[in-house]
Ligand binder design. Structure first.
Ligand SMILES: [Zn+2]
Length: 128
C-alpha cells in the first residue's frame, strides 16, 4: 500500500484516470470515423488531395498520441490496483502529488523524468 497516499487520494487519482480514459476513447472513436469519411472523398483535385492527405496525417498523429496516452493511463490504473501507484519506476521514490495531479499517468519522479528526457533528446539529436 502506498504509505504517502490515503485511500481517498488513490480513489481520486483512479477517478481522474478513468475519466481521462473515457474522454480519449470517445475522441478516438470519432476520429476513426472521420478518418474513414475522408477516404470516400474521390472528387478532390491534386491540391485538395494534398491538403486532405496532410489533414489525415495530422489526424493520424493525434490518434497515435491519444493511443499512447491511453496506454499510459491504463498502465497507471494497473499500478493503482497493484499498489505501485505514485512511486517512480526508476528510483522508487514518491512521485509527489503535485506531479500526479497534473499527470496521473506519471511513471517517474521529476528527477528521473528530466534525466530520461535529456537522454531521449540526446539520442534523438545524434540520430538526426
Ligand atoms: Zn525517480
Amino acid at each position: 500500500m502506498c504509505d504517502f497516499m490515503t485511500e481517498e487520494q488513490l480513489e481520486f487519482y483512479k477517478g481522474q484516470i478513468l475519466s481521462q480514459i473515457a474522454k480519449i476513447e470517445e475522441r478516438l472513436n470519432s476520429q476513426a470515423s472521420q478518418a474513414i469519411a475522408t477516404d470516400t472523398n474521390e472528387m478532390a483535385d491534386e491540391i485538395d488531395r494534398a491538403s486532405v492527405e496532410e489533414a489525415r496525417r495530422l489526424e493520424l498523429n493525434r490518434i497515435e498520441h491519444d493511443k499512447l496516452h491511453l496506454r499510459k493511463l491504463k498502465t497507471a490504473l494497473k499500478r493503482i490496483e497493484s499498489d505501485d501507484f505514485g512511486y517512480c519506476e526508476s528510483c522508487g521514490d514518491e512521485i509527489g502529488h503535485k506531479r500526479l495531479q497534473a499527470r496521473p499517468e506519471s511513471r517517474f519522479c521529476v528527477e528521473c523524468q528530466s534525466t530520461k528526457e535529456f537522454n531521449d533528446n540526446h539520442v534523438f539529436r545524434r540520430v538526426a
